[in-house]
Design a protein around this ligand. Structure first.
Ligand code: GLA
Ligand code: ZN
Length: 668
């Protein structure tokens, strides 16, 4: 049985090997002062642990493990395999990744291993074996943290060979492969497996990596293969750990906005608990991190770990303003509001050298605790100490789901033509925002999730519809589920070949329409949609729609297709399906969703319009926890509904005036 977290972790990445041992006890004292109860260690220590091949030295690690254990810290133990020591590159050059430009990397950086290098795999699993054997029985280790932020594709000879095997296994015959990739175009027919080469910039790709492909079927398969190759590394490390320590949960930290190269939905089943590193940029609207947290929670439909976040500035974004007073706690608690069961930072102690020396920390360069940031960290520590055990393990229930799918992410952004502005995440966010602003709990699910638990499933830009998916959607709507899809949907199959007979291909039935052409909206030109007698701006593309069984909800207001359908609604069995033929502006989409939310009978947690973020988690004993967040620099008022509630962060009655970045977690 895999264990679960026994307390709400408050901590983060600590790199004691960057400091002398004498400083460690003082560091731990300071962490305790801020009510930290956890540290993540050994993330990048490979060069210290294995100074020469096969020679291991765990003495430093033993010492810090002992000191943290004596201080009653929970330890998140890294496997240290993300940054390779210099000797390894010298001895085994094939461990280094070959990039999209065809260049072999040399020693330096991190996260630059070739996932199909047998040498890397061997050295990696040997180190992990030694670590697992050594620490398996340590009760203070509560989570194993494999590698770090997997990502980055390799285009080397090892990968090419492994890719050919992967394809042979997938397609069985060259005939099937040529057909899937439609290789009669540009004389691409393959007559032998070893004629297949990796789709890098020198071959069948152009433009920046993963943004343009000549044979999209090939490039998408390569992304699938690379994601799987890295996943196999994770699985290899996990299997080694489990052999010695079957009960402690194993995770690797997911990251980015979200990471395009890794299909996290495919990876999720191998994670004992999902963990996520969150670094929203200063100009990211609050619904963006909220969306990412909902995506992380929905991967396993379980609480996740907020594995990393910044106490204030980061060093790597173009601009990194200070987090405003109160903003740090609000951004951490936002993750908790959406399902995080930990609050962890990068970094616990600010480095003096290296590229992250200007990344914020619990112990800053001043090494003082009488600072604004430290006071705020201490305040948050006290609140989590107060409320953490109530929050831990509580669940989120959503009646709305938005589909996010990595194969769609890849294929949609590989589209050559129509418009250069096809951005998958942006299109999904337009729709997510509709629910965020209405305080409607929303899951962000994969095409393989069970739809029947939702009243409304929203699938914007569902460009790729793999075999069986349309049947699943049809059955869901027939049985009373409501469904929304949009422009650029139902266009290709899983190999990126177009469905003939009119767009949206296999979604024509459920939507009750067919699309003849799609116009691109060019810069400087305005196209309008008339919805409920009001004009709204249409962007990106405008589908020229023929309604069949669907009724028209909105029409284009100008252009040669003025007066034709822009948005339709179709009754299909017991349910309804809406088709949105253009990228409607926010006001227009809001008007449309006023209608859809009502028709689908979806309830908000509190009436919209208060400009607060409100979520709900339900504790194991059925208590409802309302997270009310003011994610802004302005003052707001608590909705009437919460009068008489109690704030579990402070053990005080709910207060009405919510200052900038104020958060309350309310129970009746
Ligand atoms: C990533 C890494 C950390 C650190 C932080 C800095 O998330 O996992 O090691 O570099 O970024 O923001
Ligand atoms: Zn490789």
């Amino acid at each position: 049985m895999t264990k679960t977290l026994s307390r709400f972790l408050y901590g983060g990445d600590y790199n004691p090997d960057q400091w002398t041992e004498e400083t460690w006890p003082e560091d731990i004292k300071v962490f305790k002062k801020a009510d930290l109860n956890s540290a993540t260690i050994n993330i990048f220590s490979w060069a210290v642990l294995e100074p020469r091949e096969g020679v291991y030295d765990f003495s430093k690690l033993d010492k810090i493990v002992q000191e943290l254990s004596d201080a009653n810290f929970d330890i998140v133990m890294g496997t240290a395999t993300a940054a390779m020591p210099a000797w390894m590159f010298k001895k085994y050059p094939d461990i280094a990744r070959v990039d999209y430009q065809g260049r072999r990397h040399v020693f330096g950086q991190r996260h630059n291993f070739c996932p199909n290098s047998k040498n890397y795999q061997r050295l990696d699993s040997e180190l992990v074996k030694k670590l697992a054997q050594h620490y398996a029985d340590n009760p203070h280790i509560v989570v194993w943290h494999v590698n770090n932020e997997y990502g980055g594709n390799c285009y080397c000879g090892n990968c090419q060979n492994a890719f050919r095997d992967w394809l042979r296994n997938k397609y069985k015959t060259l005939g099937a492969l040529n057909k899937a990739w439609n290789m009669n175009v540009w004389s691409h027919t393959i007559y032998d497996w070893d004629e297949i080469v990796v789709p890098n910039e020198l071959g069948d790709a152009w433009g920046p990596e993963s943004s343009e492909a000549i044979v999209a079927g090939l490039s998408i398969d390569y992304l699938r293969f690379q994601s799987e190759s890295l996943q196999n590394l994770f699985k290899m490390e996990k299997a080694v750990i489990k052999k010695y320590d079957p009960e402690t949960p194993v995770t690797t930290n997911f990251h980015s906005l979200p990471n395009k190269m890794i299909d996290y939905q495919k990876w999720a089943k191998d994670q004992d608990i999902i963990s996520y590193d969150s670094y929203p940029t200063y100009d990211a609207p609050a619904y963006k991190p909220a969306f990412l947290y909902d995506l992380m929670r929905s991967l396993k439909h379980q609480p996740f770990m907020l594995m990393e976040s910044a106490p204030s500035q980061v060093n790597w974004q173009s601009y990194s303003p200070l987090k405003r007073p109160g903003q740090m706690a609000a951004t951490e608690l936002q993750a908790v509001a959406h399902g995080a069961d930990t609050v962890q930072f990068f970094q616990l102690k600010q480095a003096v050298g290296g590229s992250e020396k200007f990344h914020s920390a619990i112990i800053a360069h001043s090494q003082r605790t009488d600072t604004r940031v430290f006071h705020e960290l201490t305040d948050l520590g006290q609140k989590l100490k107060q409320a953490g055990s109530t929050i831990l393990g509580s669940e989120t229930k959503a009646k709305v789901a938005i589909i996010f799918d990595w194969s769609n992410f890849w294929s949609y952004e590989y589209v050559d033509g129509i418009s250069q502005d096809l951005h998958y995440v942006d299109s999904i966010l337009d729709y997510y925002r509709q629910f965020y602003e209405r305080n409607i709990p929303t899951d962000v699910i994969s095409v393989d999730d069970d739809f029947s638990q939702y009243d409304l499933v929203v699938a914007p830009v569902l460009y790729m519809v793999k075999t069986g998916l349309a049947d699943k959607i049809n059955a869901y709507v027939k049985n009373g589920g409501d469904f929304v899809t949009s422009y650029m949907s139902g266009m290709v199959n899983e190999s990126d070949n177009v469905y003939l007979g009119g767009y949206p291909g296999p979604l024509k039935d459920v939507t009750g329409i067919w699309v003849e052409e799609s116009d691109a909206v060019v810069p400087g030109h305005k196209t309008y949609v008339s919805l409920k007698d009001q004009n709204y701006e249409a962007g990106l593309v405008c589908d020229l729609i023929h309604p069949e069984t669907a009724k028209v909800l909105a029409k284009y207001a100008n252009e040669f297709y003025q007066g034709t359908a822009a948005i339709t609604e179709n009754q299909y069995g017991q349910g309804k399906a809406w088709y949105v033929g253009t990228k409607l502006d926010h006001a227009g989409l809001t008007q449309l969703f006023n209608h859809i939310v009502l028709a689908a009978d979806i309830e908000s947690l509190v009436a919209a319009g208060n400009q607060l973020e409100v979520t709900k988690r339900i504790t194991k004993d059925g208590k409802e926890l309302y997270f009310v967040l003011n994610m802004s620099n302005d003052e707001r008022e608590l909705p009437e509904k919460f009068a008489g509630y109690q704030d579990i962060l402070t053990n005080q009655p709910a207060h009405k005036q919510m200052k900038a970045w104020d958060v309350q977690v309310l129970v009746k």
